[in-house]
Design a protein. Structure first.
Length: 618
């Protein structure tokens, strides 16, 4: 049965509900410009009616204020984060691809086309006046300018790789920092919500952290209620954050950390890699999977820029193994076209890690036998277990397929061109004679890794010892031989004709004085004699720059697309969870009226009780 003061209780419940709604509206208005704030709303329902044992049966008991909840749509959150992952990846790629494009662009003075054209002009001048030492010196200078161009480009790309490597470390530290913050917020949320309240502002903070994380790496979140042993909800929730294809980063209050481990010199993957490239691992010992196809975000973009090999990596099958105690040798046969020539070889010259039958070993050296056969020397003392035998046909690989044109790709393109070009030019000049009728040496060579000297002609042409030959030549160490730098007259411009045809070398004249130069000019202009990706020697920049421009354009296009999607999806999110000032102004008037009416009801009930209690006689 209702008490005498039942009406007053009903009015007071309305007053409390209106007051809560006004305070929530004030909070919304205060946070109109707060980034990531979700509009809040008072949730209320009619109180259970009270049975009054009267003809009308039950009487309404007012209103219950249940909670103040965020207005947020998880669907839009997921879409936004998926888009941020793509946006972060292509933003990174667009930036670094543009840098590579700028490096390769010809400014009319120092670019490849300008330098190469100067070389061609100098060659033509040498063909016209082959006995003039000053003309030979001019040609030598243009040849040195060409090698300097590749040296500088090599250094620029290595510096770029180092910058990307540092960026990877920064992103990993950022992931670790966000993981720690999310775990802390999880604990705070559960502490509050186990009391029955809703931690709205903390949930907004956690969502903002996840939004931030989604730009760095792909993110998946999962939240589920926690029940006690009796099956009753505790109010707490288990919140899990997964990254990089489903790897757990945060689980409630616990979080995992990533670490960057610099590769040792003997762990280099590519010949052109700088020392100390980072591998990423979990601190708990689990493998992170650096080349995980499911990974996204800025981290994926950086890794592909740093390690992208256009899908070309060493892979083959083992054919024989020889065990020698501390060392073993394994012969590997390959069928990939890019592994059939030393001009395209990318293998590290300081050793590295080789995967044989899903077991990792350290190799210290390798030789090339021709026909796609490589023999690796395995360090059994450094490997987890010695290589004693392996079944024929077991898979062998070094590095992994990174199907993107990153820094290693452009460096390998430079190496391929310079090795092939240097070999062709050297072969022509070494077949000739100097102006004095003596055997000529090579024009192009490379400096030793320790800088103590330069490769000799027999080392570059070696096919019997280790089969590497011009592999030793890279865009980073190629140079004009020291001998020719001191004496340009040693250049082999003259054709080495049979002595019976020309018994006196002093009588050699005319075309025979410049035949070797003419052969070089012919080789440069004839795609049949020298072809780089279907073009003549001068087409190098056209090929490589077109790659860089295409990659930059694609990255820009995708970035623009995902940036536009980001705006659209965020607008949709804001339309649901954002604060609309006009809407809040209407709510302010609405709840003010409710509060006024509830107050008026209490005033009326006060007068009723005054009349009933104080003015009614008994």
């Amino acid at each position: 049965m209702a008490s005498t003061f039942f009406g007053l209780e009903i009015a007071s419940s309305g007053l409390r509900a209106a007051n809560a709604a006004l305070n929530t509206t004030a909070n919304n208005i205060s946070n109109t410009n707060t980034l990531g704030y979700s509009r809040q709303e008072v949730q209320q329902e009619a109180a259970n009616p009270l049975r009054v044992f009267a003809q009308y049966g039950c009487a309404g008991a007012g209103v219950n204020t249940l909670a103040i909840e965020r207005i947020r749509e998880q669907f839009y959150d997921n879409k936004f984060r998926q888009n941020e992952t793509k946006l972060g990846e292509f933003d990174t790629k667009a930036y670094y691809c543009k840098m590579i494009e700028d490096y390769l662009a010809d400014d009319g003075t120092t670019g490849f086309t300008s330098v190469f054209d100067q070389l061609v002009v100098a060659l033509q001048s040498l063909a016209d006046d082959p006995n003039n030492d000053s003309v030979k010196m001019s040609f030598r200078s243009t040849a040195k300018s060409l090698t300097d161009y590749f040296n500088n480009m090599y250094g620029d790309l290595q510096n770029l790789q180092a910058d990307v490597n540092d960026e990877i470390k920064i992103r990993v530290d950022h992931i670790n920092s966000i993981a720690q913050d999310i775990a802390t917020v999880n604990k705070q949320i559960n502490t509050i919500e186990m009391t029955g309240a809703t931690a709205n502002e903390l949930r907004d903070k956690r969502d903002n952290l996840i939004d931030e994380l989604s730009a760095v790496v792909d993110v998946e979140v999962e939240e589920s209620p926690i029940y006690d042993q009796s099956g009753n909800a505790t109010g707490a929730n288990r919140f899990i954050v997964r990254i990089a294809g489903g790897q757990v980063l945060v689980d409630m209050n616990d979080y995992n950390q990533l670490m960057c481990v610099a590769r040792r010199t003997e762990e280099k993957v590519n010949q052109t890699d700088i020392d100390g490239l980072y591998d990423i691992r979990w601190t708990n010992g689990n493998d992170f999977g650096l080349y995980n196809e499911a990974m996204g975000g800025e981290l994926k973009g950086l890794i592909q820029m740093r390690d992208g090999n256009n899908g070309e990596y060493f892979n083959g099958t083992a054919s024989r193994v020889s065990y020698n105690g501390k060392t073993s040798t394994v012969t590997v046969s390959t069928t990939e076209a890019y592994l059939q020539s030393m001009t395209q070889c990318k293998l590290s010259d300081t050793g590295g890690v080789i995967n044989i039958g899903d077991q990792l070993y350290y190799y210290t050296d390798w030789t090339y036998e021709g026909d796609g056969k490589y023999t690796f020397t395995i360090d059994n003392t450094a490997s987890d277990e010695p290589l004693t035998a392996v079944k024929t046909g077991r898979g062998v690989s070094i590095n992994q397929k990174v199907d993107y044109q990153g820094v290693p790709y452009y460096m390998s393109q430079m190496n391929e061109w310079i090795r092939e070009f240097a070999q062709r030019v050297n072969d022509i000049f070494t077949e000739g004679l100097t102006g004095a009728g003596e055997d000529a040496g090579i024009l192009f060579t490379g400096t030793y890794p320790n800088g103590s000297g330069e490769y000799r002609e027999d080392e570059l042409n070696d096919s019997a010892h280790n089969g590497k030959g011009y592999y030793y030549l890279t865009a980073g160490n190629v140079t004009v031989t020291d001998e020719l730098m001191h004496d340009a007259s040693l250049l082999g411009t003259r054709e080495n004709v049979d002595s019976e045809d020309t018994p006196d070398v002093n009588e050699q004249d005319g075309v025979e004085q410049n035949n070797q130069v003419r052969k070089v000019i012919s080789m440069i202009n004839d795609e049949k004699q020298f072809s780089f990706r279907g073009r003549s020697a001068g087409g190098f920049l056209e090929c490589v720059l077109s790659d860089a421009m295409l990659n930059a354009k694609n990255a820009d296009t995708f970035y623009a697309t995902y940036y536009s999607l980001e705006t659209n999806i965020d607008n949709q999110r804001i339309s649901v969870s954002g604060v609309d000032e006009d809407e809040e102004a209407l709510n302010l008037i609405k709840y003010e009226n409710s509060y006024t009416l509830a107050s008026k009801m209490i005033s009326v009930m006060t007068e009723v009780y005054d009349r009933l209690i104080l003015q009614t006689g008994v």
